[in-house]
Design a protein around this ligand. Structure first.
Ligand code: ZN
Length: 402
């Protein structure tokens, strides 16, 4: 079973919006009450007192004293407890990592100023034609712009900063083993600065122009906002404008990433990408820039999901020196090639290729070594081949030169 989320635009009426926002506020309050109880317990005897049963007891108590909490569907309130439990789990995870010597801030869960969404974890909602029936809220018009697969499990209703409302339905879809229609087609992908990505077959995926323009507009709006006086009406207006632009850029980017990932996942049964390791990111400025600028990690996530569902294989390889290695003979150059140098030239075999295409070919080659053709099956995501001896082919070719 995999969870698949569907996001639909909803158009609540004025009254429904009021009810939703009231629910948001009450959920925020209950979250903070639960957190303060947990804090007390933690300070008293240093234990984690936020078990599910304990939290449900607190919720019942609060409800008895404050009848307004009964306006919220009870499972929605319980979901606030689940969110807090999750926050605590993350916190304890960070504490553990810190004890192991990682330089991170454990950061205790914080009180919330506002809640931006509520979740119906099991029941209390349904779809009736083009209406979303939600318990305690009403029948909200919804635009079901795509067909859903599987069984609906949860509903989350969310308001984004620009003021638009969305319903996110998560469905359980049975996993089926599929044969990828282009199983034998292979591709390597390299991240770039100048272009979004480069494929080993020579295709350049550019950052779309509209995105670059929209980002410029956003930066301008942010500058304008910073000049407005604090607490003024103009500042509020400018902030709204930034929020709207921010969302627009986010939507356009997400659309671009989804479509690019879809094309790769459908056309290639075997996809090689560079592995992202956080430590490497700090050292490798080229990659870190690409990630912050181009949403590479989000792209990778989308690509893995889509490739796996299509029955394809996605292989992550170590990213070091992909642009300094000759994809024809395997020689690794010692010196770093300046970014201005667009063409890779191999001093050993004389091979010439676009710098990024050469890197993408190396990514593919490393993936082929990691997962040889014979070990590929139709349930590719589960393939975990034994680690190969590093660079057998390369070691040979280097020896020859010596
Ligand atoms: Zn060469």
């Amino acid at each position: 079973m995999v969870l698949q989320a569907y996001k639909f635009r909803i158009y609540p009426s004025r009254k429904q919006k009021d009810r939703l926002l009231a629910s948001f506020d009450l959920c925020c309050s209950i979250y903070n009450i639960l957190l303060s109880r947990a804090l007390e317990a933690y300070e008293k005897d240093g234990t984690n007192l936020c078990g599910k049963a304990e939290m449900c007891r607190v919720i019942r108590e609060v409800k008895e004293e404050n009848p307004e909490f009964s306006e919220v569907y009870s499972q929605v309130l319980q979901n606030c407890a689940d969110r807090l439990a999750k926050a605590f789990n993350n916190f304890f995870g960070r504490v553990k990592r810190k004890k192991r010597g990682e330089h991170i801030n454990a950061g205790y869960p914080r009180f919330k100023k506002r809640v931006r969404s509520i979740t119906y974890p099991q029941s209390g909602f349904g779809i009736d034609g083009n209406k979303l029936k939600v318990s305690r809220i009403g029948r909200i018009p919804v635009v079901l712009h795509r067909e859903m697969e599987g069984r609906i499990k949860t509903l989350t209703i969310k308001r984004v900063p620009s003021g638009e409302w969305f319903a996110i339905l998560s469905c359980e879809v049975p996993t089926e083993v599929r044969e990828h229609p282009n199983r034998e087609k292979e591709i390597g992908i390299d991240v770039g600065i100048s272009s979004f990505a480069t494929l080993s077959d020579g295709t350049m995926v550019e950052n779309p122009r509209f995105l670059i323009k929209a980002e410029k507009r956003l930066k301008r709006a942010q500058r304008r906002l910073s000049r407005k006086k604090k607490g003024s009406k103009n500042r509020r207006k400018a902030r709204h404008k930034v929020a709207v632009l921010h969302e627009k850029v986010g939507n356009q980017r997400s659309d671009f990433l989804h479509k690019t990932a879809r094309i790769c996942a459908d056309n290639y049964g075997f996809i090689a990408v560079e592995e992202l390791n956080v430590k490497g990111l700090v050292r490798n400025r080229r990659l870190s820039k690409a990630i912050s600028d181009a949403g590479w990690s989000e792209f990778l996530h989308l690509l893995s999901c889509k490739a796996e569902r299509a029955g394809g294989t996605i292989v992550k390889v170590r990213p070091n020196n992909t642009s300094q290695t000759c994809s024809a003979c395997g020689r690794e150059l010692k010196e770093h090639i300046p970014l201005s140098n667009r063409v890779f030239r191999c001093p050993s075999c004389g091979y010439e290729e676009d710098r990024d295409v050469n890197a993408a070919k190396n990514v593919l080659e490393r993936a082929r070594e990691k997962v040889p053709w014979g070990t590929r099956e139709s349930t590719p995501s589960e393939i975990r081949p034994p680690p190969l001896e590093q660079n057998q082919r390369r070691a040979v070719s280097v020896n020859k030169e010596l």
